[in-house]
Design a protein around this ligand. Structure first.
Ligand SMILES: Cc1cc2nc3c(=O)[nH]c(=O)nc-3n(C[C@H](O)[C@H](O)[C@H](O)COP(=O)(O)OP(=O)(O)OC[C@H]3O[C@@H](n4cnc5c(N)ncnc54)[C@H](O)[C@@H]3O)c2cc1C
Length: 292
């Protein structure tokens, strides 16, 4: 299998890097939707796509299946996510070897979260505690892996302070991470301050802003509550005013994302990563709106 090009080379070329994130489908209907979206998105040729990693065995199998299909049938450079949760070191070595043998060279290395309220979940007996340990494990297993890690402009919800979280981020980069993708945010000032604080700590790798175009008020409230991102009141007011009209909610969400991206790129962000919830529409609209 031809090995993927490391994403770090794209950053080094200095051009804007555009990427999209999918999540593993829960059933065959969702898999069909993902594949339809992937087909539509071929037209805008993202530099890479990523696919998240669930906590359970079935979703993990679907991550692997979707990653293989996106790579083989659609020709995307695919960055599978991988988490520490529930895996022993030996299992992580096996997964790393399999991904490497299948040509994947880019991996998003994460700690992950234990599934809430899942009675079947059991922590791994000899596993890893932090994403920095996963970065070290993957790099020592295959030194040509290009690894992304997560960064949190509003700090990770469990971290006692932004400073402590930035120290944890520095450990991930020192362990070998090649770039950082941020948690979603809706106020660019948060990203600029975060980048500044990273640079002050000598974190020198590219920091890709992660953005989620709002498709529904209910959905974005749930997502932001889960991940601790702030929804600006101005955006909430607009979305609430349009609540009865889903199409108008989408227009407002797209307009917000469009303004964010234009500002970020104008201010030196190396690219943009879109959390698209497996739907093609927002990415297609944003690509058209940003076309030179
Ligand atoms: C871009 C992106 C993609 C994601 N994709 C997925 C996915 O595919 N699947 C999934 O399940 N989740 C995903 N997540 C969510 C992520 O798994 C959670 O946010 C998780 O709670 C933390 O993961 P992490 O890799 O940031 O962990 P870590 O970097 O390990 O940090 C976790 C917490 O521990 C603290 N910490 C780290 N190291 C130390 C240390 N040595 N001592 C003390 N404290 C420390 C940190 O400050 C933080 O509070 C993603 C998040 C982002 C931003």
């Amino acid at each position: 299998m031809t090995p993927d090009r490391p994403i770090s080379e794209l950053f080094a070329s200095g051009r804007t890097v555009r990427s999209l994130e999918f999540f593993p489908p829960k059933d065959d209907a969702q898999m069909a939707m993902l594949l339809t979206s992937a087909g539509a998105l071929q037209g805008i040729a993202p530099d890479f796509v990523s696919i998240t990693y669930g906590a359970g065995g079935t979703t993990r199998e679907r991550t692997a299946r979707a990653a293989a299909l996106l790579k083989r049938d659609f020709g995307f450079t695919v960055m599978p996510h991988l988490t520490c949760i529930g895996h022993s070191r030996a299992e992580l070595h096996d997964i790393a070897d399999r991904l490497h043998a299948d040509g994947f060279r880019n991996i998003m290395a994460l700690r992950g979260d234990a599934p809430k309220g899942d009675p079947a979940f059991a922590p791994a007996p000899v596993g890893l505690r932090y994403a920095s340990e996963l970065v070290a494990l993957l790099k020592s297993r295959h030194s040509d892996f290009c690894l992304g890690v997560a960064g949190y402009p509003e700090k990770h919800p469990e971290a006692p302070s932004l400073g402590a979280d930035l120290d944890a981020l520095k450990r991930k980069v020192d362990a070998g991470a090649d770039f950082i993708t941020t948690q979603l945010f809706f106020d660019n000032a948060l990203y600029y301050r975060f980048v500044e604080q990273c640079r002050e700590r000598d974190i020198r790798v590219p920091i890709i802003p992660g953005l989620m175009p709002v498709l529904s008020l209910k959905q974005i409230k749930r997502v932001t509550e889960m991940c601790g991102a702030t929804l600006p009141q101005k955006l909430v007011t607009r979305l609430e005013a349009a609540a009865e009209n889903p199409d108008v909610v989408e227009i407002i969400g797209l307009d917000w994302a469009f303004t964010q991206i234009r500002g970020l790129l104008a201010n030196g962000a190396p690219g943009c990563h879109l959390y698209i919830m497996n739907r093609a529409k927002s990415a297609l609209a944003l690509a058209a709106g940003l076309a030179a």
